[in-house]
Each structure stands twice: as C-alpha cells, then as structure tokens.
Ligand binder design. Structure first.
Ligand SMILES: [Zn+2]
Length: 264
C-alpha cells in the first residue's frame, strides 16, 4: 500500500457503518482496551493529521484478524462484499500508542534521538528522554544544555507515568506541585551546561536519573537506579508494546493488508 492511501483513506459507505457501532471492546494482545470507533470520517481524518495517528483498522472475517489503513469493500481472503455482509466482530481502530508530550504532563517522555518512532526507531539504545512539567512543557538535557523550548518537536512520544494513579489516571495535586518544584529546582543548577554534556557519560538520562532520585516517587526504588535499570523497569514495557504497533505500521506501508491468524 502506498503512502497515498495513508492520507487518502476513507470510504463513505464503510464510514457510515463504523459510526453505527459506537464503542467497541476489543482484546488484541497488548492493545486490549476500549476504543472509539464511532467517528465522523471527515473530522476523524483531520484528527489523524493533528495527532499523526495513521489510523490502522482491525476487522475480522473468515479465519483471522485483518489489518489495514481502511476497511476494504471486499474481504482480501474470501472476496466477500463487506459493505453488506455482517462481520464476525465490528472493526475497530488499533490504539495509537504515542502522544504529544504536551498532552502528557508530569511524566517521563521518550522519543528516538533521530527521526520518529514509526519510521526510524530501531532499539532502546537510541532513545532520547525528557521530563514534562505540569504544563506539559518538556525539560531535556542535550548538547545544547538543559532547555525547555523544543516541546513542539515532541509530537510522537511515549509517555511513562511515574506519579499518575493507574486507576483514576490522575495525578495527586500535592505530588504534582512537588514534581514541578523538584524539576525546576534541579533545572536551575549550573551542572546542566552544554560544556559538561557528554553523549556517552553525562546526557539526557543523567538528568532524568537525578530528577527521579531527588523526587523519590512512591513505589520506585530510586537509590540504586541506573540508566540500565531505568530502561529495563520503566521504559522497555512501553517500547515493547509500541514495537508491535510500529511493526504492523511498517508492514502496511508495503502490504495492502496484514492477516493475523487466530492462533498467533
Ligand atoms: Zn473473508
């Protein structure tokens, strides 16, 4: 499938069908969540542009699950007319794992050092990390020193919650205030200069580690935290889940449809 299809998806007949299904509960490996399929196609396409979500659709017919950038009018496996034939399960949009950093206040944010996750990400070794404050502003340490003026460049990031309550998805106001205080106090230190920066030994991870150690968030043993343990404990669970989406996206750039058997 060419990149034209990524931009030009949308079939008015199919979109009407999507609208009628509303909220659908799905379970697909790491992506087992409730998501919205009740969408207006035209405004949804605009939303895709805003969030960079390529909008991968999953639907089920015949033997397995099929993924594509749009719901085709006929099944690629059995050629059935999907505009009239009932599907085994309603189609749903595969949850896009990335956010804009500005939408993820009081979290750690990661993105590839070069390029973006969908097209350029290779391994956790080339990830750049920053911290957002309660306004969603990214503080990051790199060869230009510590700065917070590139937030708009963090458009496709993985957000790693540290003090967010997993049940309510909210941050305790007291912790939020302490997070900002700790972050901005640390950022004012002269340590984080461009002269002291070293890509191999004193880098973005050094800043985040020192921040976490100063913060001492609940449920995280920060005393012995190293770059390696930070990656293993906090980052890899997020990159592993996202890797599945990235792999699916890259396959769909060259294949019209990706089929996943029920057994796999
Ligand atoms: Zn079929």
């Amino acid at each position: 499938m060419s990149s034209d299809n990524v931009e030009g998806r949308g079939d008015p007949v199919i979109s009407e069908r999507l609208v009628t299904w509303g909220l659908v509960e799905v379970d697909w490996g790491h992506f087992g969540i409730i998501l919205e399929t009740g969408v207006n196609w035209r405004s949804e396409r605009d939303r895709v542009k805003m969030n960079l979500d390529p909008g991968i659709i999953c639907y089920q017919h015949c033997e397995g699950r099929l993924f594509g950038f749009s719901l085709p009018s006929t099944c690629y496996v059995c050629d059935a007319d999907l505009t009239t034939e009932p599907l085994n399960t309603p189609p749903f949009r595969v949850p896009y794992p990335f956010v804009r950093a500005s939408q993820a206040p009081c979290t750690l944010v990661i993105k590839p050092s070069r390029g973006d996750f969908l097209h350029d990400y290779r391994s956790s070794s080339d990830l750049h990390i920053g911290v957002t404050d309660s306004e969603g502003c990214v503080l990051e340490y790199d060869s230009e020193g510590l700065h917070s003026d590139y937030t708009s460049a963090w458009t496709q990031t993985l957000s790693v919650p540290i003090i967010t309550d997993a049940t309510t998805n909210t941050v305790d106001p007291v912790w939020q205030e302490y997070w900002d205080f700790t972050l901005h106090t640390l950022a004012r230190e002269s340590t984080w200069s461009m002269e002291r920066y070293s890509a191999s030994s004193f880098n973005c991870y050094s800043f985040v580690l020192e921040f976490l150690q100063a913060l001492g968030p609940p449920g995280l043993n920060v005393k012995n935290l190293t770059k390696t343990s930070l990656c293993a404990q906090l980052l890899v669970p997020h990159t592993s889940a996202a890797a599945r989406y990235i792999s699916l996206y890259r396959r769909l750039l060259t294949e019209k449809v990706v089929a996943v058997n029920k057994s796999s």
